[in-house]
Unconditional design. Structure first.
Length: 217
C-alpha cells in the first residue's frame, strides 16, 4: 500500500501544518511503536471528519524526524490488520534538513464505523478536539443508519418518541438507560430511536469523560 511513499513529496508547507498544533484533524507522532494504538487514531479520524498524522514530530511541535523507516510497516499493520474495515491511506514525505517527516492523510470514511480489533473485542473511536474517545452504541448506530440511508424525518413522531421528547423538555437530558425507562423499551430499540432522533436533528448528544454520553434537545 505504501510502496511509493518516498517518491511523493507533499505540497503542504510542513511548518504551517505544525504551527496549527494538534487539533481535531491533526495529530503528531514522534514514532510509531504500537500498531493497535495508531489504529485507534485512524479509526477516530475516519469516523469523524478525517485528518492527518505527522510522524517524526514531537508533541511540542519540534521535528525529530523518522528514526526507523520500518515504522511505515507498523502503519500498514495498523490499517490492514487492526482496523476493520481497512483504510487506504495517503503517505507524503517531507525532507527537512535531512530529517524525514511523514504526512499521513486519512479521509473521512464511507463505511463507518471503522473499528479497532482490541484484545476485548471491536471498538470504534471518534475524534473530539485533540483526543480520541470510544464511541458508544448510539454513535455506531448513527453511522450505520447514515451508511444505509435509513429513515427520513417522519411527518409525526411515534408515541414513544413523543414521550421521550416531552421528558427532555421537562428534565433537560437523558442517558441511554434512562431513555429506555422513559419509553419503556429494550435497550436495542432505544439505541435505534436515539440514533434516528440525532440524525433528524431533533436531539443532540454530548460526552463527558465522567458523566458519559447524554442526550438533550
Amino acid at each position: 500500500m505504501f510502496k511509493d511513499y518516498d517518491q511523493r513529496v507533499s505540497q503542504n508547507n510542513l511548518y504551517t501544518l505544525i504551527s496549527e498544533g494538534e487539533h481535531g484533524e491533526q495529530d503528531f507522532k514522534y514514532r510509531i511503536t504500537d500498531a493497535r494504538k495508531i489504529a485507534r487514531t485512524l479509526s477516530a479520524f475516519a469516523n469523524t471528519s478525517g485528518g492527518r498524522l505527522l510522524v517524526g514530530v514531537r508533541d511540542n511541535g519540534s521535528i525529530a524526524g523518522v528514526k526507523d523507516e520500518d515504522d511505515i510497516y507498523m502503519l500498514e499493520s495498523a490499517s490492514e490488520v487492526f482496523l476493520k474495515p481497512a483504510l487506504k491511506l495517503k503517505v507524503w514525505a517531507h525532507d527537512v534538513d535531512g530529517k524525514l517527516v511523514w504526512e499521513i492523510e486519512i479521509s473521512e470514511g464511507k463505511n463507518k464505523p471503522y473499528q479497532v480489533d482490541e484484545v476485548d473485542g471491536l471498538k470504534a473511536y471518534y475524534r473530539n478536539g485533540d483526543q480520541n474517545f470510544i464511541a458508544n452504541a448510539v454513535l455506531k448506530e448513527i453511522w450505520k443508519q447514515d451508511r444505509l440511508k435509513e429513515s427520513k424525518h417522519p411527518v409525526a413522531f411515534s408515541v414513544k418518541e413523543q414521550r421521550l421528547i416531552q421528558y427532555l423538555k421537562d428534565y433537560d437530558e437523558v442517558s441511554v438507560s434512562k431513555a429506555a425507562k422513559v419509553m419503556e423499551l429494550h435497550r436495542s430499540k432505544t439505541i435505534e430511536i436515539l440514533a434516528r432522533l440525532v440524525r433528524w436533528n431533533v436531539i443532540k448528544w454530548t460526552h463527558d469523560t465522567q458523566e458519559g454520553f447524554k442526550y438533550c434537545l
